[in-house]
Design a protein around this ligand. Structure first.
Ligand SMILES: N[C@@H](CCC(=O)N[C@@H](CS)C(=O)NCC(=O)O)C(=O)O
Length: 227
């Protein structure tokens, strides 16, 4: 049995979708982020108090990519990997790291420029615009990749698709409309049509799940809201 530390509509959605897709037993423990009062178990599992973090029977894991890869390797029958020693493994690794180190930093900037330039709205706006230019290039590269098939690895669905789509459901990361990227749009629709993914998406978008802050007021509902 796994336990996922999660916050609604956040990077935890990816790990949650992979757990649900694989179909293993798990609990979700909803925790506060951006808070002075961090759940002590969550703090032990995630040193920056960021979601997701996963409790397993052999220890805890943080970082979305690591959680997804760990689950896919451990439950290989779900067939969400390009295995070591098979053709396409290099490309699989490349896109895995691309999503974490090239896409994700600019996605985070789009939601939290104030973490870099507190109390300086002009600089935050310049930073947002520069970061969006970088995101446009990333989205163009992914749109080009998807000419080879509906998924990152052509016809084979892998964790890469979950790692990308659960960020691409945030309209804030697109310079215009998601429909301007027809292949990305198709990948998002294809994955969200899967019952496991749809269940998780609905849970995370449910306003009623918005956790309460320590003072009893509602916390913002995840990354769908720019602070
Ligand atoms: N690189 C990390 C990023 C995780 C992350 O930043 N999660 C956000 C929510 S989407 C968070 O918990 N932020 C709280 C904070 O930065 O204090 C991953 O992919 O797991």
């Amino acid at each position: 049995m796994y336990t996922l530390f999660a916050y609604p509509n956040s990077y935890a959605m990816t790990a949650h979708a992979v757990l649900e897709e694989i179909g293993v037993p798990y609990d979700v423990r909803w925790v506060q982020i951006f808070s002075d009062q961090v759940d002590p178990d969550f703090a032990r599992a995630s040193p920056h108090a960021r979601v997701p973090a996963l409790v397993t029977d052999e220890g805890t894991i943080f970082e979305t990519g690591a959680v997804a890869m760990y689950l896919a390797e451990r439950h290989a029958d779900a067939d969400l990997l390009v295995p070591i020693g098979t053709s396409g493994r290099g490309a699989f690794l490349q896109w895995f790291h691309y999503l974490a180190s090239t896409l994700q930093p600019d996605v985070m900037i789009q939601f939290h420029p104030e973490l870099y330039f507190p109390n300086d709205e002009d600089t935050q706006n310049q930073f947002l615009a520069a970061s969006m230019t970088r995101l446009e290039k990333v989205l163009d590269v992914i749109e080009g990749l998807l000419t080879h098939g509906p998924y990152f690895c052509g016809d084979k669905r892998t964790i890469l698709d979950y790692l990308f789509v659960m960020q691409a459901v945030w309209p804030e990361i697109f310079p215009g409309r998601v429909e301007d990227y027809p292949r990305i749009h198709n990948l998002i629709s294809t994955l969200l049509a899967r019952p496991a993914v749809a269940r998780v998406y609905d849970i995370h978008m449910d306003e009623k799940r918005t956790p309460l802050k320590a003072d009893g007021t509602e916390a913002p509902n995840g990354y769908g809201i720019r602070r």
